[in-house]
Write a protein that binds this ligand. Structure first.
Ligand SMILES: [Zn+2]
Ligand SMILES: [Zn+2]
Length: 285
């Protein structure tokens, strides 16, 4: 799709994923918000830093290249593993398919990876200490989307990028895929309900993902899916109380019980998992 490579289209795509979705979903939250919480709520500064970590790092290192872990670093590692000339089983098979087949395969693979990594991030204590950072947010809104420990980001992202490199996924499909992901990831954390009929099309909603962030431990191990919910359906982990009700029941408390309140800070988020792991191994709880 040559039109995707027009300079003005590339500029629009970059601005949409970096700023456009942020503004659009912020507007949706102003119009349809369901929790009366201020924009500048607890942890807001941290979440702004997470949202713009790429831009901030680019400013610090005076470069225009993407330098976050799921950007050029991960892609470079993946390309090193699987050069474009490889001819292993199914290797580079996507390079000869249409953009839309590429996109469907990327979506299906992306969801399988997201669900599997996410499920084990909750079940394996070592992984959980890093994933806890995402759950430390006591307010769920579109700005809480990007709050992830850098290790957590890495194992959510790396299998995806490795797959793209191995299968020779087309650049156009990857661009459309990430544009969709950057919208959907913010959308499912937004302070709105979102239409629930999308569940029938296997598309997630803020209402669906919100239950994954509840403080109540008897509920919280559910809805591991990212943007599409078929894996939760297949494995029976989908949770949506009273799906027929027009006004669905909503959780009223979010966050990770026991996560220190003083730690609402990007730097501490990055160091605390190691401290908690050390405590698990050698200290008294
Ligand atoms: Zn989780
Ligand atoms: Zn989340």
């Amino acid at each position: 799709m040559n039109w995707l490579h027009e300079p003005w289209i590339e500029t629009i795509i970059q601005h949409l994923s970096e700023y456009g979705w942020v503004v659009l979903i912020l507007l949706m939250e102003r119009v349809w918000r369901i929790y009366k919480q201020p924009l500048f709520r607890v942890g807001f500064i941290s979440d702004i830093v997470y949202t713009y970590q790429n831009v901030i790092l680019q400013l610090i290192f005076a470069t225009s290249a993407p330098i976050i872990i799921e950007g050029i670093t991960t892609a470079a590692i993946a390309a090193n593993f699987f050069p474009a000339t490889g001819d292993g089983f199914l290797q580079n098979s996507l390079s000869t398919q249409s953009v839309w087949i590429n996109l469907v395969i990327l979506i299906i693979w992306g969801e399988i990876v997201f669900y599997t990594v996410h499920y084990y991030a909750h079940k394996i204590p070592f992984l959980w200490e890093f994933h806890r950072v995402h759950h430390s947010s006591r307010v769920v809104d579109s700005f809480s989307t990007s709050r992830f420990h850098i290790f957590d980001r890495f194992w959510f992202t790396f299998p995806n990028v490795l797959f793209m490199a191995y299968m020779g996924a087309m650049g156009d499909a990857i661009i459309i895929y990430f544009l969709m992901r950057t919208f959907m990831d913010r959308y499912i954390h937004a302070n709105i309900d979102g239409p629930r009929w999308t569940h029938k099309l296997l598309i997630s909603s803020p209402h669906f993902h919100r239950w994954h962030h509840v403080t109540d431990r008897s509920v919280h191990n559910c809805n591991y899916s990212g943007d599409f919910i078929f894996m939760d359906m297949i494995f029976g982990t989908a949770y949506d109380p009273s799906p027929q009700e027009k006004q669905p029941p909503r959780p009223d408390e979010f966050g990770e019980p026991g996560y220190p309140k003083y730690a609402d800070n990007v730097i501490l988020h990055q160091f605390l998992p190691f401290f908690f792991l050390y405590k698990r191994l050698f200290g008294k709880t």
